[in-house]
Design a protein around this ligand. Structure first.
Ligand code: ATP
Length: 456
């Protein structure tokens, strides 16, 4: 039976992203650069909202977590200790005919998937990008672009412990760029050579690790659900024994049903004390913890939830995408969770009539102090609603001639397309409440439902 796939075609997402300014091919005027993408004016807001939602859930709203931002370039010994210099590699095969290179583990047959040519024997290919620090390009000056953010956390374990007065269990979170010279890329921003990770190292007393592992698997799975991802498109997959790293006790992947099939969004691993022990051994510094309650010294175990900013951004985009029919026309709409929507409110004067401009600009100036707001007065109001739906803007505020008299405006909600009319002085408060989850049809006394004449 063919594996289940998301019915949405990835090309639709790629094309929407390009058309509306979410994501562009990198250095496109030069023909692009393999698997590198640039986030445009809406993509940058979406990605920032993804990071902020994660930071809020794992740092801001918790007592037991702090964040750091470590350097991308680290002492080269870091990668010897972590095992990346020796073991961070994929088996690479090359087609003897067309010279395309493939990851051996991705192939089903033993010939080139592109031209059916004969393949070379696999050889190990290290995925770390190498460069040199300083003016002399020799082996002594080799450094690496980090292939994961996690090691920046481990090497700062003692610094954070000494300065934050945290006691076990506690965790350190970090968001930042990572680089992997992946052999096969593709599927848009799913697998790229430069990407961003959101990683947590949660340090616990040995023996309590399994309980905390289960806790984080659930916590991280629920995060995607809370941000609106459909339950039918998410699943957990436990790693089999042969997939587990030799030091890992257990690992689950949160998988999403991408257009190319179920694929990893995030991994949650119980890494035991491997990392801290390795760094203590290679650096000669003690990285143990003194437990005041029991009077013991021990090396904490660590639970690592490791997610990708770009991959989750792609999942949020795919999951939000929908086509329905409004006023007899196909409407493309991104049903983003309000927290993720790049633009929260659009200000749409009914027309470009100069009488409407001063009040419209005044409302715009006030709202943009509170929300990412867009002003749009080009083309018909219906077209402008469609444009905002297509980029996932939750609320459109329409200013009409009546507004000049009664100081009221119409607010239209993206998903239901329902409209309410309310006093301008209530606008900020109302939008804040709606964006925080108050149902759109909870109408205060002054709100009156309008006919949808404005939308026509
Ligand atoms: P994969 O098997 O898909 O290459 P992985 O198991 O090597 O992923 P991890 O090392 O566990 O990935 O990295 C944690 C997370 O970082 C992944 O779940 C993913 O969200 C993100 N990630 C890893 N590699 C890439 C990449 N090349 N492009 C985009 N995101 C990535």
């Amino acid at each position: 039976m063919p594996e289940k796939k998301n019915k949405l075609d990835m090309e639709k997402i790629v094309s929407l992203c390009k058309r509306r300014g979410f994501i562009f091919p990198s250095s496109e005027i030069y023909g692009g650069l393999g698997s590198c993408w640039d986030y445009g004016q809406l993509g940058v807001e979406l990605k920032r909202n993804v990071r902020n939602a994660w930071w809020r859930a794992v740092v801001q709203e918790r007592d037991d977590m702090v964040g750091i931002d470590a350097s991308i370039m680290m002492h080269p010994q870091t990668w010897v200790a972590s095992g990346h210099v020796e073991g961070f590699s994929d088996p690479l095969v090359e087609c003897k005919n067309c010279h395309l290179r493939w990851r051996a583990t991705d192939l089903q047959g033993d010939s080139c998937p592109d031209c059916a040519g004969e393949l070379t024997e696999p050889r190990q290919f290290n995925l770390m990008f190498k460069t040199f620090m300083g003016p002399v390009e020799d082996e002594a000056n080799v450094i690496y672009l980090r292939p994961e953010t996690a090691q920046g956390i481990f090497v700062n374990f003692d610094n954070v412990l000494a300065t934050s007065r945290k006691k076990l269990p506690f965790g350190i979170a970090q968001i930042g760029k990572s680089f992997r010279n992946e052999i096969t890329t593709g599927n848009f921003i799913f697998r790229t050579r430069e990407f961003e990770q959101m990683e947590i190292e949660y340090f616990v007393k040995p023996g309590t690790d399994e309980k905390w592992f289960d806790y984080w698997v659930k916590e991280r799975f629920d995060w995607y659900l809370k941000l609106g991802v459909g339950e039918e498109n998410l699943r957990l997959r436990q790693h089999g024994k042969s997939e587990l790293a030799h030091y890992a006790k257990d690992c689950y992947d949160v998988e999403y049903l991408f257009p190319m099939g179920w694929s990893e969004l995030e991994g949650i691993a119980n890494r035991g004390d491997f990392d801290l022990v390795q760094h203590a051994r290679h650096s000669g510094k003690s990285l143990s913890y003194f437990d005041e309650e029991s009077g013991e010294h021990y090396t904490p175990y660590v639970i690592e939830p490791s997610a990708g900013v770009d991959r989750s951004t792609l999942a949020f985009l795919i999951d939000a995408y929908d086509e329905d029919v409004a006023e007899g026309e196909t409407r493309v709409v991104l049903h983003f969770h309000y927290d993720l929507a790049p633009i929260k409110v659009a200000i749409l004067p009914l027309s470009k009539n100069e009488k409407l401009v001063p009040l419209s600009r005044e409302i715009y100036t006030e709202l943009r102090r509170h929300f990412m707001t867009q002003y749009d007065d080009a083309q018909s109001i219906g077209r402008r609603y469609r444009r905002q739906d297509e980029i996932g803007t939750p609320f459109c505020v329409t200013i009409d001639f009546q507004s000049l008299e009664d100081k009221q405006v119409t607010v239209r909600e993206r998903d239901s397309m329902a409209q309410i009319r309310l006093p301008i002085k209530e606008l900020v408060k109302t939008l804040q409440a709606k964006l925080s989850g108050e149902p759109f049809d909870t109408q205060p006394l002054w709100a009156t439902r309008t006919s949808d004449a404005l939308g026509k």
